[in-house]
Design a protein around this ligand. Sequence first.
Ligand code: G4P
Length: 521
Amino acid sequence: MSESPLTSASHKALMQEIAKRRSFAIISHPDAGKTTLTERILRAGGAIQMAGNVRAKGERRRTRSDWMGIERDRGISVVTSVMTFEYGGCIFNLLDTPGHEDFSEDTYRTLTAVDCAVMVIDAAKGIEERTRKLFEICRLRDIPIVTFINKMDREAQDCFGLLDEISASLALDTAPATWPIGRAAQFVGTYDLRTRAKHFIAAPLPDDDSRMVQLAEELELVEGALSPFDHDGFNEGHLTPVFFGSAMKEIGVTDLLDALVAYGPAPRAQPAETREVKGDEPGVTALVFKIQANMDPNHRDRIAFARVCSGRLYRGMRLKHVRSGKQFALHTPQFFFARERQLAEEAFAGDVVGIPNHGTLRIGDTLTEGEDLRFTGVPYFAPEILRRVRLDDAMKAKKLRQALVELAEEGVVQLFRPQDGLAPIVGVVGVLQLDVLQSRLKAEYGVAIGFESTPFTMARWITGQDKAIEAFSLAQRSAMADDIDGDPVFLASSAFMLRRTIDMTPDLTFHDIKQIGTQKI
Ligand code: G4P
């Protein structure tokens, strides 16, 4: 499996490669400037070519009606792209998160693959709804957050007020890392609170310029009243360093990148069932956090996106697929750069590789060099909308079954097979997922479906002794289903019914989150 025991020189080289990795995502409310900042970051990292693709995506998103024509534009389903660039001696992987709020599960899974998130806030608007939601997802995993307050070149809220808003509304300590020099049209640069360096986009201002006088006054307050940067607090996700800037005018962008180089974090430890896996362990481990089928309509391919969690992965190596216990050969691991792909000869902890496969790999799966280890923290959330699938052409029942399984494995919807044998039920967190399911079934499988309501509004996974589950399933047959892994799920018609059932069934536990990847097949 591993090529040979690591010599101390190659061990050192491996550690250096891993320590250089910076994998992050950008989270923001629409229009806060995520696309613009991504472009500027890629440009700073010398990846201008890709920046064009990012912009193209931004424009697609603006014309919302377009992406509903899925065959024309796969913008919403082609959700994972990784943009890789070098900056300051580090290798950055910027993972693009799905664009629409309905895809919270997908977003969550993507965020399991990053070590840090950059939260972009519009300086005039402060914390907005979508930012808050994404932040909460990051908090579930204590992902370190770096804040970029964007659009300082426009009329903005007071900087102290913005810092207060972040700490009060997100319960997150703030430590300003830079301070703006000038405001709105007069915004010309930043002051680095750590190094005391001033960065101007044009010529430096003289000390008696009114903006420098304002800066000096504010710095007294900032340095006296605000907390300094605390590395542990940042790594644990309790404290965010805050940068002020303008993505559009390219002010503050390198401040942000320099901080990611300096503060990291490098690949973080990942929780697994038996132990925590450190990023700098020499043995390779990887976690499948996303499946994407039919990315290329000409080849019905299925790509599993895996984050390398430790060690070095190389093309041609064989890894253990822990769920099945079988060996899995990595013949053609790939890197995905925006829409381009390229064979990955090697990848290190923190990198994301795409692994073509025919259904062996599922979301939540772990690959190792032999250890029986299962990464945790990739969950299914209990769906809030449950619909029965109505097939228009009965001849296509078999095709529909297969298609639903494939799309459920991808995480497009959750699939429940009622134990009473009635038509399958799909569960989603956001209603838009139903539209996507319908369009993809039609476009990729040629199956037309509709949806019918069900009496159910909630789903809960149940665990307990086999006998207790059996008895419960018999008694509740019309409200029981099996999920895609064959695990039993109770479907409730209302919160009241659910509560009553839970009270009356003390020998079973009802779960609204299921950890995936940890069940046996
Ligand atoms: P998003 O991906 O978060 O949705 O935001 P995006 O970057 O697309 O930016 C939204 C709008 O805000 C864009 O304007 C963009 O140019 C503008 N913008 C982004 N960063 C800054 C900044 O630092 N300062 C100012 N003043 N504006 C900024 P638009 O008119 O919607 O699009 P476009 O015509 O510029 O492409």
